[in-house]
Ligand binder design. Structure first.
Ligand code: PXL
Length: 251
């Protein structure tokens, strides 16, 4: 058996299990990766909203990152919720010294509408975009970051996720400084159980990059995983429930 790709998720914990670190561990594991974590913040949340939130110290986040790189080693990194500007800076500082593919999900708002990044943290996103192989904003995040041109000044590649578009057919586009290099069109999956889709997609792409797939293949495989997990949502909770990561068949 070949060794699984070693994937580090730098992200926040979601007690409800649908998003954040929990979604990342499920995704990485289901895709055949080995999941490691640097937890930035702990949220107390359910499917209807974030009840409470505690952010860890930047030293503690740095120590988790160092522990993963120092012993087991890391083949690819996913960055999600950062929690504070100091954590964002320390993550950037560590990753700038290392040569592994990084997927940056510029998390700003939870599916329930709760803010997950303040202005000062978002200001450090520029540095993270510059060291990421891919940045994966949804449409509201793209607008908040100043639009596609502005993001491309930093990040070499952007996956513009169309999930917030109106209509029946949704388009995700991979864009680099050379222009659009790929697009994927899919019929909207009608469900309110869409909590954690962004976390799941970014960690799936990181896992596939860690396996050695190229960017387009990694995105294609990540999208398929998200669509299968959405279709398998168990229907838990009174709000935006979790996806069905555990029900996705390999392949
Ligand atoms: O999906 C964005 C997200 C990221 N990280 C954590 C979250 C959420 C959404 O709820 O809870 C910890």
């Amino acid at each position: 058996m070949t060794a699984p790709p070693r994937i580090l998720s730098i992200a926040g914990s979601d007690s409800s299990g649908g998003a954040g670190i929990q979604a990342d561990i499920k995704t990485i594991t289901m895709l055949g990766g080995y999941a490691m974590t640097a937890i930035t913040a702990v949220t107390a949340q359910d499917t209807t909203g974030v009840r409470d939130l505690q952010v860890l110290s930047p030293e503690m986040v740095a120590a988790q990152i160092d522990a993963c790189f120092g012993d087991i080693g890391v083949d690819a990194v996913k960055i999600g919720m950062l929690g504070s500007p100091d954590i964002a800076r320390v993550a950037a500082q560590r990753l700038e010294q290392l040569d592994v593919p990084v997927v940056f999900d510029p998390v700003m708002v939870a599916t329930s509408g709760a803010p997950l990044a303040d202005e000062a943290t978002i200001a450090v996103f520029e540095r993270l975009m510059a060291m990421a192989m891919l940045t994966t904003p949804n449409l509201p995040e793209l607008a908040a970051l100043g639009g596609l041109e502005s993001v491309l000044e930093r990040s070499p590649a952007v996956l513009v996720k169309g999930g917030h578009e109106q209509g029946d057919m949704l388009v995700d586009r991979l864009v680099t400084r050379e222009g659009e290099v790929a697009r994927w069109e899919g019929r909207r999956i009608e469900t309110r159980h869409n909590h954690g889709t962004g976390c799941t997609l970014s960690s799936a792409i990181a896992t596939c990059l860690g396996m050695g797939l190229d960017l387009e293949e990694a995105i294609a495989r990540g999208r398929s995983f998200v669509r299968a997990a959405l279709a398998a949502a168990p229907g838990f909770g009174k709000g935006h429930g979790p996806m069905g990561h555990q029900a996705v068949r390999p392949g």
